[in-house]
Write a new protein. Structure first.
Length: 97
């Protein structure tokens, strides 16, 4: 068995509980996205996050990490390597997952 490594995602602060009345529009969107991610994990047997290294998949990975902080993401992250990634994307992938 592999020993889990610490990743960049592990260092993210957990979302602070907030009063719904004090949330901004962006906060509400983030809260809804986190709720949906948790719902998917609860309802489906084998969810997976597809990760291309683009802005959208980086955001979903970040939201998934926040959804389960301080624990780890409870599903695999599958990297779709297009062959057109910058070295920084590969490094981010390796350090994060």
């Amino acid at each position: 068995m592999r020993t889990p490594r610490m990743s960049i995602i592990d260092t993210l602060p957990a979302p602070a509980p907030a009063d719904a009345g004090s949330l901004t529009g962006l906060d509400l969107l983030e809260a809804e996205a986190i709720h949906i991610i948790r719902e998917v994990v609860a309802e489906f047997e084998r969810p997976v996050l597809l990760f291309s290294g683009g802005k959208d998949s980086v955001l979903v990975l970040h939201l998934a990490a926040r959804a389960f902080a301080p624990g780890r993401i409870p599903f695999p992250v599958l990297h779709v390597d297009t062959g057109h990634n910058f070295d920084e994307v590969i490094r981010f992938r390796d350090e994060t997952v």
